[in-house]
Design a protein around this ligand. Sequence first.
Ligand code: UD1
Ligand code: MG
Length: 454
Amino acid sequence: MTADKSARRCLAVVLAAGEGTRMKSDVPKVLHAIAGRSMLGHVLASVSAAGADAVAVVVGPGREDVAAEARRAVAAAEIFVQTERRGTAHAVLAAREAIARGYDDLLVVFADTPLVEPETFVAMRARLAQGCAVAALGFEAADPTGYGRLLLDGGELVAIREHKDASAHERAVRLCNAGLMALDGTKALALLEAVGADNAQKEFYLTDAVAVARAQGGSAVALVAPETEVMGVNDRVQLAAAAAVWQGRAREKAMREGATLVDPATVWLSHDTRLGRDVIVEQNVVFGPGVTVADGAVIHAFSHLEGAAVGRKAQIGPFARLRPGAKLAEKAKIGNFVEIKNAAVGPGAKINHLSYVGDADVGAESNLGAGVITCNYDGFFKHRTTIGEGAFVGVNVALVAPVDVGAGAYIGTGSVVTKDIETDALFVARPKPVERPGWAKAFRERKAKEKQGG
Ligand code: UD1
Ligand code: MG
């Protein structure tokens, strides 16, 4: 996305003071996540991509957690507290100090409306650059009940009427207010201060900025977005619906950039998932945050990846789990029921069946047999395992870390490795096999006799 880095300076005021009671949650609404990022984080990313030079976040009293998340997303975010909820215009004015610094564009956005695209904010800003005092964002509502209505006269936006204040005639209008607005930053403060609370809810409505701007000689326009883009989230059903919209977009983007999703609806992406060209993702794959997949890699069905980097032409799964810190080099192969955590797997290395490899470095072209386990935790500390290039680790080997396996070493099946192994050595640590011809038969006969006698 090409952010608007024109000479116009922009402040985004993000309203996040809502209580979100309908979420029925101990977590504030705007911290609930879509694709591994809070709704607030999505909104901040979007306004930043739209070229906002400064961000002011309006939070409710005592909401240090919301403030912290805002700062995590945008380090320089300013936090303002709205102590009393007296309406959207009142909420924006909580950030008066920031607005008063004087920006060209003022974007007002809601932290519980997480799907608005940067392009939409850019388009709203463009209308300000053309001389409008206010640009509001509208949508054709499937059910307009409860929304403010955009009242148009030709190309001009004349007023926004809240549902509760609207006449029957006005309620028949389907073009609704999404709530977000762009205001001429040089006039914004005068405009917002002129908003009164003489309405059905006795609140200071941001929407009144339209009528006020016109009364002050300015003009207002409405832009129209798809309803899915401007959907607000008030409960968990809407959260899931918004997440589904987000996933749909992300899957499409991944496919347009050259990844094959065999059954797109079953692949769940995170906000930062990166899939290269000719990556194939089979059915029912979940990407947690922090995953990159290089060109030509294949993620087989039912795999779960998080905080992992998958190298070129690597193969993962089916049924594999990559946890944070898994780094797979080119053509590495991770098979079914294998878990990799905080481990670097070298080029062409194979860990194909039923293994746990954690806190390890696995050399290029090495082969770990079925059931190889790195015993990385002693109950108090984690320790590292190093496996050299071309090593062969037999089936069911337990590597008790810290331990080094030399390059080219060969470890016999079932060994418990408690010491370092030299380069190219054979290492076997298991009881000597015992075989006594006829013993079992004799044993059965003896026991059968004892049983009859007793
Ligand atoms: C608002 C719009 C309405 C629009 C609708 C879209 C106004 C007056 N109305 O109505 O035209 O159709 O959004 O969803 O703007 N907030 C605060 N402090 C407050 C009040 C609100 O921070 O004192 C925040 C809320 O947390 C929320 C946003 O502002 O994120 C919108 O507030 P909300 O109460 O949902 O407004 P609506 O009545 O839905
Ligand atoms: Mg609302």
